[in-house]
Design a binder for this molecule. Structure first.
Ligand SMILES: CCCCCCC/C=C/C(=O)SCCNC(=O)CCNC(=O)[C@H](O)C(C)(C)COP(=O)(O)OP(=O)(O)OC[C@H]1O[C@@H](n2cnc3c(N)ncnc32)[C@H](O)[C@@H]1OP(=O)(O)O
Ligand SMILES: NC(=O)C1=CN([C@@H]2O[C@H](COP(=O)(O)OP(=O)(O)OC[C@H]3O[C@@H](n4cnc5c(N)ncnc54)[C@H](OP(=O)(O)O)[C@@H]3O)[C@@H](O)[C@H]2O)C=CC1
Length: 280
């Protein structure tokens, strides 16, 4: 889909890049020639991922940095170290946390666990990178991973929905504030893309993955490579006129809600059912 050197010369940080979607996105960035930096809380996980990438892609340039994005001082220290080997070009706010729970049962610490990682962590990273870009008079690019509940809300995952909606508001606010300085920001809302992290938190054993697929108009889950090519496009100069946008890649899943279950069932109606409807 892209030239092999699409991202050559670009230094890209993917937070939470040691696992799941962040790992897949990082691999795609390396394939396209980027200098990749991944961060997370667990060094062993990051190093295992980096070793895997080096074995798959000889010559790949990849650095690992431990950082808990909930801690602004750690984010500052990470950016300082990262900048020592040259400025960052693209920040991908991917690190996140989520779990299913009845909201009225959540403790303050439980709410904070999600808000601090998703909302505060994305803010700290955007500000730490943005300040450096502005001071240096350099362009910058921030891609933040949100989710479709930023549009609809989502029961039983209210902290995640609210935190991600906050990240979208941050994105649009800064797209205007920093646009004149050449810094652009966009959000991607993936639908259902299987990862051990998300599945463990959101689809515990016994939950119906097949039913999940039926809830998607395109009748399948997403493939990582499809999402990764969107992140590659957004990181590339060719998307340079896009800012403040929200791109949903979910096979049409989020719009299912509009008609409710009755209209959803019509997707499976046969001709006889449609004929019966017309005769009424
Ligand atoms: C349906 C699909 C549509 C798409 C929407 C999906 C959009 C988003 C998807 C994702 O984000 S998937 C990514 C999933 N990955 C992760 O969550 C990985 C990171 N997760 C974590 O680190 C933990 O799960 C964590 C709990 C979020 C944070 O860990 P931490 O070590 O910081 O906290 P703890 O000390 O363990 O807990 C803090 C606090 O939270 C309470 N708590 C933890 N789990 C639950 C739970 N399941 N239900 C209720 N409360 C929970 C825990 O009890 C602590 O509170 P106190 O007991 O101390 O009051
Ligand atoms: N998979 C899916 O279907 C969907 C995913 N998403 C979003 O995609 C992104 C990736 O999710 P996914 O890959 O599925 O899940 P993962 O659990 O694999 O990814 C979460 C990553 O965030 C890192 N992380 C968590 N807390 C912190 C922290 N405090 N500081 C730094 N890093 C942290 C984790 O590493 P560590 O624990 O080592 O810190 C981990 O690498 C998230 O933003 C998620 O909300 C959105 C919609 C659907």
């Amino acid at each position: 889909m892209f030239r092999q050197d699409l991202l050559a010369g670009k230094k890209i940080l993917v937070t939470g890049g040691g696992t799941g979607l962040g790992k897949s996105i990082g691999r795609r960035y390396l394939e396209l020639g980027a200098h990749l930096v991944i961060c997370g809380r667990r060094l062993a996980v990051l190093d295992a991922t980096a070793d895997e990438f080096r074995a798959e892609l000889p010559g790949a340039r990849i650095d690992t940095l431990t950082c808990d994005v909930r801690d602004a001082e750690q984010v500052e220290a990470m950016m300082e170290r990262l900048w020592q080997t040259g400025p960052l070009d693209v920040l991908v706010n991917n690190a996140a946390a989520n779990f299913i729970a009845r909201t009225e049962k959540l403790s303050a610490r439980a709410v904070d666990a999600v808000l601090n990682i998703v909302l505060h962590g994305s803010f700290y990273c955007a500000i730490a990178a943005g300040r450096r870009w502005i001071e240096a008079g350099r362009p910058g690019n921030v891609i933040s991973t949100v989710s479709a509940p930023v549009i609809t809300g989502q029961a039983f995952t209210a902290p995640s929905a609210a935190a991600k909606a906050g990240v979208l508001a941050m994105t649009r606010s800064l797209a205007v504030e920093w646009g004149p300085k050449g810094i652009r920001l966009n959000c991607v809302a993936p639908g259902l893309f299987p990862t051990p992290g998300a599945w463990e938190q959101l689809f515990p054993p016994g939950s119906q993955v097949e039913a999940q697929e039926r809830g998607v108009p395109l009748r399948r889950l997403g493939e990582h490579r499809e999402l990764c090519d969107l992140y590659a496009y957004l990181a590339a100069d060719g998307s340079g006129y896009m800012t403040g946008d929200l791109i949903v890649m979910d096979g049409g899943r989020w719009m299912q809600g509009a008609g409710g279950p009755t209209f959803r069932a019509m997707q499976d109606w046969n001709d006889a059912q449609w004929d019966a409807m017309r005769k009424k």
